[in-house]
Ligand binder design. Structure first.
Ligand SMILES: NC(=O)c1ccc[n+]([C@@H]2O[C@H](COP(=O)([O-])OP(=O)(O)OC[C@H]3O[C@@H](n4cnc5c(N)ncnc54)[C@H](O)[C@@H]3O)[C@@H](O)[C@H]2O)c1
Length: 447
């Protein structure tokens, strides 16, 4: 994509010349350390972006210097601009990056399909990145994010913020403490009903674009299409393949997070999905994805089956959840780790529970405190502490989730995954979905 101004051009040529592109952010955190302040920008200031911005700016060491949103009405750019009056306002993130000389960090809270293009460009400028989940829209983009974070040595954090809540931290600690022994299988589910469009054909016709919205900028790297009121912006973009990642993409990086963290998983070796045939434009309303991972120090046997279920009311087969009584009311969203000594139920955002109940003393469970996922990133950017959902962790998690969305395109077919080579060696058609075409003039600069 074309970013015209000088700083970007300078940085690109520095990279080509072999210079360290990330000097500004890196030097900043290393030289000034804990006494420094952190100047940040926020891109996508409405929706979840609003609480991302408030969360990061809760650090007294953070200065909000720039705000960007394609919609300048009150709920979007408007309310952020009201709160952070000194911040420069933008509607085009490319212009923000071009003029970003005082910025050390960026929050990216746009819809999924714009995470990688914005974050990669920012990392190429040496900026630290706090990016929403799922980290990216394609598997290839997720790998690029990891490579970039390491190459430019920037501080990164994906916003799967429940990871830092007491509930998920406690669950991970229970597994690491050995209470349930080694784990032989995992079941994870999202049984809620999304409000965004699913199994829907592409809308016809067009609506006038409100004056506050820059529709061309919203579409960014995606193929162009006509604006329709409340069909895409805000929130409902989730249901469309060009923009979102469906229910697995929306929740996988949350629900599978304590599974990954506790069992130290990284990449599956194969997967198979069961789902209705996908319409060309929208995501499905139900899917089951069977993953197989290599075993780790916390798992039993050489491989670990992990199954994902999503549909209204979806739950795993009860007989698989060893130790949990058949009539026990499971949460709508959560996971169960079946271990040698017991099963661990991890509801989404609620305290974990051990089964069989009579075997475990609740007073014997160490409850870990919350950590602030947002200021953890701001602190780490300033050289204080480290993030826990950095891209070396978040990219493989996102790759796994997005591989599941590729599986959904080929129901019933077993896909093998070569993580090192970034290939699906047994299925050339599935392999094509690891990446996607980009709108002309908006192609990201890959690492
Ligand atoms: N971590 C969580 O718990 C959580 C919760 C909700 C959403 N999310 C994630 O947050 C992201 C945003 O979701 P949402 O529900 O807030 O969506 P939304 O559509 O409601 O809000 C997106 C915001 O970004 C702005 N925007 C869109 N494209 C932009 C662009 N190119 N440049 C600048 N601004 C742009 C929109 O105007 C809006 O203000 C998604 O990736 C979603 O998965 C995470």
């Amino acid at each position: 994509m074309t970013v015209s101004l000088n700083r970007r051009a300078f940085v690109k040529s520095s990279v080509l010349a072999g210079a360290a592109i990330s000097l500004s952010a890196r030097q900043y955190s290393r030289v000034y350390g804990a006494n420094s302040r952190l100047g940040i920008a926020s891109v996508g200031t409405g929706g979840k972006g609003w609480s991302d911005l408030i969360g990061v700016a809760a650090s007294p060491e953070v200065d909000v210097l720039a705000l960007c949103d394609i919609d300048n009405s009150l709920p979007y750019l408007g309310q952020a601009a009201d709160k952070y009056k000194a911040a420069i306002q933008y509607q085009d993130w490319r212009k923000l990056l071009d003029e970003s000389k005082d910025l050390q960090g960026i929050i990216v809270s746009t819809p999924d399909f714009m995470h990688a293009p914005i974050s990669l460009a920012a990392m190429q400028l040496g900026m630290h990145v706090f990016c929403q989940k799922p980290l990216t829209h394609t598997v290839f983009e997720a790998r690029q994010m990891q490579i970039a974070a390491n190459k430019y040595n920037v501080v990164t954090q994906m916003c799967n913020q429940i990871q830092s809540h007491s509930a998920y931290r406690t669950a991970v600690n229970i597994v690491h403490s050995g209470k349930i022994g080694k784990v032989s299988e995992v079941h994870a589910w999202q049984g809620g009903t999304p409000t965004w469009p699913r199994n829907t054909p592409k809308p016809t016709g067009s609506d006038p674009v409100p004056k506050t919205i820059r529709w061309d900028l919203w579409q960014g790297v995606a193929p162009e299409r006509a604006y329709k009121v409340e069909m895409y912006h805000p929130f409902n973009w989730r249901g469309w393949q060009d923009y979102g990642t469906g229910q697995l993409g929306d929740f996988g990086c949350h629900i599978l997070d304590p599974v990954f963290k506790s069992l130290k998983l990284s990449s599956p070796i194969k997967l198979r999905a069961e789902a209705p045939a996908l319409l060309p434009e929208s995501w499905t309303d139900r899917a089951t994805v069977y993953y197989e991972f290599p075993g780790t120090e916390y798992t039993l046997g050489t491989t670990l089956p992990v199954t994902w279920y999503d549909a209204t009311g979806a739950l795993p087969p009860r007989e698989k959840l060893i130790g949990i009584p058949m009539d026990y009311e499971l949460p709508t969203v959560g996971s169960v780790l079946v271990g040698e000594k017991g099963s661990l139920l991890i509801p989404h955002v609620a305290m974990p529970k051990l089964f069989p109940e009579e075997k475990f003393d609740v007073n014997d469970i160490e409850v870990l405190p919350d950590v602030d996922h947002y200021t953890q990133w701001a602190d780490a950017c300033r050289g204080v502490g480290e993030t826990t959902s950095h891209f070396n962790y978040a990219s493989p998690l996102t790759e796994t989730v997005l591989l599941g969305t590729i599986g959904i395109r080929f129901p019933g077919v077993e896909l093998t995954w070569d993580a090192k080579a970034l290939t699906i060696p047994n299925h050339s058609k599935a392999q094509q979905w690891l990446t996607k075409p980009y709108r002309k003039g908006w192609e990201p600069t890959w690492i």
